[in-house]
Design a protein around this ligand. Structure first.
Ligand code: TLP
Length: 345
């Protein structure tokens, strides 16, 4: 039985072209800035996102942490979405290591935060208040089912932040999914944010890595922080090589993942007992069940039928499409889920 793994797009395996590029990569000591492959990857990412410079990091979590460390001071306040990845899944690193207060603003189901609430949350000058110095956005929005923030939304949010002297960081782990869904260039989409991270290891299928992008000055600061937290790598061109292939060859095909996700969402909503609450915009499908089975029973039941999805608590689930699942696999998963639920009823 073929397993249909819909837990995440992080499960994507490197392509043969990536493995060959890794084998052939020219390398050097990156702490001395002498790894030509890393230098090329950083230049390519900066150019694709329209920023001056980029820094290769081990993960999206590290990039987001560095963005906060390099743009705040200990004790500052950071505004971020109540459903943001940084708030939920980065082990509280911004507070633990950066000493910042994470002030959450409600995310609506489309990943947006209300502009009035953002503006009202920015602290005035008062001896008793922390200084609000950074606004974080996320595009596409993971917990909000891969929702896309438009270029206008991003610019308007950045305008509010900048008017009050804040900087803006965008968690763009899946920024190319957003750009493809909106049919605009990624650089246009992020032109008004000060820093952005993108991930190579999700739908783009590279085995490791993320890039943090912004001004030369910001990246120099982030590079120093990266060294402090042990992220200064040596001949890491062997992994950066796969990242170059990812950026050069894997962006366009993300549209296929979006088509598969829409197909999955449509099929799921036709199964009695399953609800897909919101329109699917990219490669993440959030769905809910109104069944008597518990979440863990549902997951177990799906596992025995060779379908893997993520559990989000409260009878809520996540299915993510990627290069590892083709359209036929989606049909197979739908068939197995339908069959399984009929047996439970
Ligand atoms: N997300 C993972 C899990 O951590 C939930 C996934 O399976 O989706 N920002 C966003 C928006 C992300 O979705 C993720 C990973 C990260 C940052 C962190 O990236 P990594 O895993 O490279 O640290």
């Amino acid at each position: 039985m073929k397993i249909v793994d819909l837990r995440s797009d992080t499960i994507t395996l490197p392509t043969d072209e990536m493995r060959l590029a890794m084998y052939q990569a020219e390398v050097g000591d990156d702490v001395y800035r002498e790894d030509p492959t890393i230098n090329s990857l950083e230049q390519l990412a900066a150019q694709m996102l329209g920023k001056e410079a980029a820094l290769f990091t081990t993960s999206g979590t590290m990039s987001n942490l560095l963005a906060i460390l390099a743009q705040t001071h200990h004790g500052d306040e950071v505004l971020l979405g109540s459903e943001s990845h940084t708030f939920w899944y980065e082990v509280g690193g911004a507070s633990a290591l950066g000493g910042v207060v994470m002030h959450t603003i409600p995310n609506s189901h489309d990943g947006q935060m209300d502009f009035d609430i953002i503006e009202d949350s920015i602290r005035s000058q008062n001896i008793s208040f922390p200084q609000t110095t950074l606004l974080c956005l996320e595009n596409t929005h993971n917990r909000c089912g891969g929702a896309v923030l438009t270029a206008n939304y991003t610019s308007d949010a950045a305008e509010i932040a900048h008017r009050h002297g804040l900087r803006v960081h965008l968690d763009g782990a899946r920024i190319f999914n957003a750009a493809i869904a909106l049919d605009i260039s990624a650089s246009e989409l992020v032109s008004d944010v000060d820093s952005i991270c993108l991930c190579l290891s999700k739908g783009l299928s590279a085995p490791v890595g993320s890039l943090l992008c912004g001004t030369e000055e910001f990246i120099e600061g982030a590079r120093k922080w990266r060294k402090m937290i042990g992220g200064g790598m040596r001949q890491a061109g062997v992994i950066a090589a796969a990242g170059i292939v990812a950026l050069q060859t894997m962006v366009g095909r993300l549209a296929e993942d979006h088509d598969n996700a829409r197909h999955l969402a449509k099929g799921l909503s036709n199964i009695p007992g399953i609800i897909v609450p919101h329109e699917v915009q990219t490669n993440i499908v959030n769905f809910e069940t109104s069944l008597k089975v518990s979440g863990s029973e549902f997951i177990q039941m799906m596992n025995t039928r060779g379908v893997k999805v993520g559990y989000r608590g409260d009878n809520k689930y996540r299915a993510v499409t990627s290069r590892m699942v083709i359209s036929d696999d989606i049909d197979e998963a739908l068939y197995r889920i339908d069959l399984g639920l009929r047996e439970v009823h």
